[in-house]
Design a protein around this ligand. Sequence first.
Ligand code: MN
Length: 261
Amino acid sequence: MRILLSNDDGVRAPGILAMAQAMSACGDVVVVAPETSQSAAAHGITLTAPLSVDRVHLDGDFPAYAVDGRPADCVKLAIRELMKKPPDLVISGINDGANTGINVLYSGTVAAAAEGAFYNFPAVAVSLLHTERMDFAGAAVLARDLIRQLLDTGLAGHSLVNINIPALEQGPPKGVRVVPQSMIPWEDYFERVPGPADRQAYWLKGDYLALKPEADTDFHAVMNGYVTITPLQFDLTHHEALRSLGEHQWVLPANPGSPPA
Ligand code: MN
């Protein structure tokens, strides 16, 4: 099995090394990841400059490509140029921090997996709840096991699965929950800080621990010690509204352009 592995924390992040080491038991792992941290880069791609690529070695021995771009750039470039043959599976992670709820839309980790799904490859995003002592190696073994099971279920192209792993320091997770995204809004705020040249600057802050997510959602389950599996789709169309707006009698102004001279 050929596995393309990317992330948004950057090629030198501990999570991607742990995942690379764990997944090499399943096949050939090709690591193509951003040169720098790209957390919250979402599905951005680079159009205004060429993408520079360096060959690097993770932890002294694991070969990887470091791309001066976004997570989605990495997956695109890997599939189009860097891999000799197309991957059988695209994995993104392990991210430092859960990607649940509306964070899924900000996440570069999820975007890298989604990019793989755009190309019709099965794709999995893996994130570990942020704590002081993060056990990426344990999380990688756990994720590998779940990914094997996902593949056994017949995970096909266009499939995008988001896995979140709770803190592992206090013992193994309570179980696996298949749950939808939480829709709870962020209670974020801006801290005013002095900016350069006496300009006012604002630093985005927020405390997710203060939030009370809805029961039976990804955020709630992972905060309560469960591994979560959330199948995602990238069709953002609101199908119910599509029907109701489609039934509306839309009227155009008779002459919207500027009058002829
Ligand atoms: Mn990240």
